[in-house]
Design a protein around this ligand. Structure first.
Ligand code: KG4
Ligand code: ZN
Length: 343
């Protein structure tokens, strides 16, 4: 079975194609990557310091049909056996473009359409690299989301354990990078600056880690405000802003809370696999601290390569393959987008 995945929830237009091979007997099936086409409008948003929904939607409109064409050529197919498409969560106008395209091709090719949740895609994509997925906890961190999830089986509904009550972790990276004049998207630049700094130079607050706070929820607005205050004070006092130390200390605070809660969830639930996903898992400290803490707690850490961690169509195709193989029914052509979709 060949599945095409269409993703347009934010600023990446992704079309991926995978092949699903059923397992022997009751054994797990296998997913193979056939095509991975991504067009990004990230550069068009840079001068605004954040993703502008209208610009993202227009860019999807221009990119979607050529991306479909390139993916089919790369995979050497005329049409897939099924189309999986992200219906949410994401930007309303951006989602509409991918869903409209997926519906049109589904109708024209007479192939079934399956509505997918973007968050599940971030977890499922790991099976391409690391094989069948056992029961796991997943930590998704990107510019748009911060979620702690409990996944029993990729074909079954996912349970959300916690999420951010304010900013997404990647968004906090981008905002702090902006405060430090490091450019957009700021996460990678902040990571580079942090490499030259001392992570213990400044003790920034660890949001929602008090005994009465929700065990699996996150908050990053406090640490962001603390950085803003620190920078203001330096400027008021006429001293140089210690950019590298601030970057390293901020990054340490965010990585500390994310990995603490992810490992806590694994331990509480008795789950021995943690999967990371989302663009911000490219962060060097989130990766290294997750590795250290998982090793100490006897947890296996699975992290897809960076190309698969950021938004793409392959993750939606891969989730689609698992869900279809699990016996899901196709979605009607009237299926709607759901920008606020939870898991
Ligand atoms: O998954 P993604 O490509 O797009 C969505 O937001 O859905 O993630 C992009 C986010 C941005 O906020 C970016 O700053 C952050 O991931 N990011 C990083 C790093 N690389 C990307 N944040 C921290 N450190 C990094 N190395
Ligand atoms: Zn995403």
């Amino acid at each position: 079975m060949i599945v095409m995945g269409v993703e347009s929830s934010c600023d990446e237009t992704g079309v991926g194609i995978v092949e699903w091979t059923p397992g022997e007997g009751d054994g797990p099936g296998e997913v193979t990557l056939l095509a991975d086409e991504v067009a990004s409008s990230v550069d068009e948003h840079a001068r605004f310091g954040g993703v502008v929904p209208e610009i993202a939607s227009r860019a999807h409109l221009e990119a979607i049909v050529p991306a479909m064409q390139r993916a089919r050529e790369a995979a050497g197919i005329d049409k897939p056996d099924a189309i999986a498409v992200t219906i949410g969560p994401g930007l309303a106008g951006a989602l509409l473009v991918g869903v409209a395209a997926a519906k049109a091709y589904s109708l024209a090719w007479d192939v079934p359409l399956y509505a997918m949740n973007h968050l599940g895609g971030h977890v499922a994509v790991d099976t391409l690299e690391h094989g069948p997925m056992p029961e796991c906890v997943a930590l998704l961190v990107s510019g748009g989301h911060t979620h702690l999830l409990h996944v029993t089986d990729l074909a079954d509904p996912i349970v959300e354990l916690g999420t951010t009550v304010d900013d997404a972790a990647g968004e906090a990276f981008d905002k702090v990078a902006r405060l430090l004049d490091l450019g957009f998207p700021g996460g990678p630049e902040l990571d580079k600056a942090a490499a030259q700094g001392d992570p213990h130079a400044i003790e920034f607050p660890r949001g929602m880690t008090g005994p009465r706070d929700a065990r699996y929820d996150f908050s990053f607005s406090g640490v962001k405000t603390a950085v803003a205050r620190y920078v203001e004070k330096c400027r008021r006092d006429g001293v140089d802003v210690p950019v590298a130390d601030i970057a390293a200390s901020f990054q340490e605070a965010v990585a500390d809370v994310l990995t603490l809660k992810a490992v806590r969830a694994c331990t509480d639930l008795g789950v021995d696999t943690l999967v990371l996903g989302g663009g911000a898992t490219a962060n060097s400290r989130i990766r290294s601290l997750a590795q250290e803490r998982c090793a100490a707690a006897g947890i296996t850490l699975r992290v897809p390569k960076p190309r698969l961690c950021t938004d793409n169509g392959v993750m939606i195709a891969t989730l689609g393959a698992h869900v279809i193989a699990g016996g899901a029914q196709p979605s009607p052509l009237t299926v709607a987008t759901d920008p606020g979709l939870s898991v």
